[in-house]
Design a protein. Structure first.
Length: 475
């Protein structure tokens, strides 16, 4: 068989209903990981659902316990055709965010896969059960087309805590470094730029979540009529403190946390990236964010400060009292080149310089940014493969605007990282009515089958170029 046969076989998984049946079983497992507990469904997803599918494809599977009690287990699946062949590492996560059962519209439920027109609804259809199901179906097609061989070795790593910030992932990858040794990383997660053509991204923005808090030293609120004007209001001060971090148009004002200027190669890559062009996308707010940048540059190549929540008094039932404390829960999204590991120090110094030395700064969550160098030989290879399979070139993002645990693969394991997403920005991931689009499923099956096929063409794939270590730019 030839390359086109592999693509046709992959898409037959959709046409025959096999992929829908697989995803229906997977969606039915209530694998919520963001509730502060580790439900049994997390392990069941790996052992009862994924392991049989992987073993049928010739993978040896091993369940790995999580050294962090806040996270579920891991599954490492290895398929070694020949120890002398190069190895591909892939990744997926079987956990999902809370189902939010009561908020789905009539006729839909988070744990039941429902097809309506060109949409498949269910929790995890886009993030991430549907995406790794597409990859597994494409892999099966290539194995069938090549007579049971890939032409390379492959390892899968599945986790069950991504929606809880991947507890234990770094520790397991360090302990299993030998089992996860590879030459290249390809995985699917996140949204495409748009629905009309595929997307390839090479890393992700990092994120630091932190809380600003002012404590008055008082143990309760005091009547605003009796004491207003003589007692400092922590809520008023926290609002002004936040105002020093970003201006009224969203421009980041903490100089030490601003990124370096946008690289010219990154600017060129983003020149034709449309933002907010899909029917389900929100309208962009003119004048918001860093001036002088395009929307794509502000979203992908720059740092942004967000206020996620404000806390003071009794918001659900305000009373006439000066609160005794106030907090702002904030986030920095950042690109490579940012001094993010000193975020608390930089914010504390900035606030003190503006007269807010009474503000406490506490980092609650942090993850690094990564960006594979656009000159890496795997980038042109992947663009070419996706173009041949889809019929047009993908949108190429130097990094995703959101965050993924890509630093573990790019920095800790030292791999060139390629991400090929099959969701779309309007898929309602993390919200009620999550769905995946059937046309994107069909195209995704062909794209992934083409990538796996082309990796087995050793004369065309840059397995031995030896350039990726020098060209990767993780931060």
């Amino acid at each position: 068989m030839h390359r086109n046969d592999a693509l046709t076989l992959a898409q037959s998984a959709l046409d025959s209903g096999r992929l829908f049946a697989d995803l229906r079983r997977r969606v039915a497992l209530r694998t919520e990981s963001d509730g502060g507990t580790v439900p049994p469904a997390l392990a069941a997803y790996l052992t009862d659902e994924l392991r049989p599918s992987l073993e049928a494809l010739g993978f040896d599977c091993r369940l790995c316990p999580n050294p962090d009690p806040k996270g579920g287990p891991f599954l490492i699946a290895r398929r070694i055709e020949d120890p002398t062949l190069p190895t591909l590492l892939s990744y997926g996560h079987g956990d999902v965010v809370s189902g939010q059962d009561a908020q789905w519209r009539e006729g839909l439920a988070p744990w039941t896969l429902v097809a309506e027109g060109e949409r498949w609804y269910g929790r995890g259809t886009s993030d991430n059960k549907g995406q790794h199901s597409i990859a597994l179906a494409a892999l099966e097609a290539v194995l069938q087309a090549r007579g049971g061989r890939l032409g390379f070795n492959m390892t899968w790593l599945f986790e069950t805590g991504e929606e809880a910030a991947s507890p234990g992932l770094a520790a397991v990858c360090e302990a299993e470094r030998a089992a996860l040794a590879a030459d290249l990383f390809i995985a699917s997660d996140g949204p495409r730029v748009g629905t009309r053509q595929p997307t390839l991204f090479l890393g992700s923005r990092g994120a630091v979540n932190f809380t600003l808090r002012i404590r008055s030293g008082r143990t309760r609120g005091y009547h605003s009529g009796n004491w207003g004007g003589v007692l400092a209001n922590p809520a008023t001060r926290i609002a002004h403190a936040v105002g020093t971090l970003a201006d009224a148009h969203g421009r980041l004002l903490v100089e030490a946390l601003r990124p370096p200027p946008v690289d010219e190669a990154v600017r060129r890559a983003l020149a034709d990236i449309p933002i907010g062009a899909e029917p389900d996308d929100p309208a962009l707010d003119a004048g918001w964010g860093e001036p002088g940048l395009t929307p794509a540059e502000r979203l992908v190549a720059w740092n942004t400060f967000e206020v996620l929540a404000l806390e003071a008094g009794h918001p659900q039932r305000p009373i006439n009292a000066i609160p005794h404390q106030a907090a702002a829960h904030c986030q920095l999204r950042f690109v490579v080149g940012t001094d993010w590991e000193r975020t608390a120090e930089h914010v504390q110094a900035h606030l003190a310089a503006h007269g807010f030395d009474d503000v406490e700064v506490q980092v609650t969550l942090a993850g690094a940014a990564t960006r594979l160098d656009l000159r890496n030989p795997w980038v042109d290879w992947a663009v070419g493969s996706i173009t041949r399979s889809a019929g047009h070139a993908p949108h190429l993002l130097p990094n995703l605007a959101g965050s993924l645990p890509n630093d573990i693969f790019a920095t800790q394991l030292g791999l060139p990282t390629l991400w090929v997403p099959h969701g779309h920005a309007g898929c309602a991931q993390h919200a009620p009515n999550e769905h995946i689009l059937v046309p994107l499923v069909r195209q995704g099956l062909a794209v992934m089958a083409g990538l796996y096929w082309d990796l087995g063409e050793h004369d065309a794939a840059p397995w031995s170029d030896g350039l990726y270590a020098q060209c990767s730019d993780p931060q």
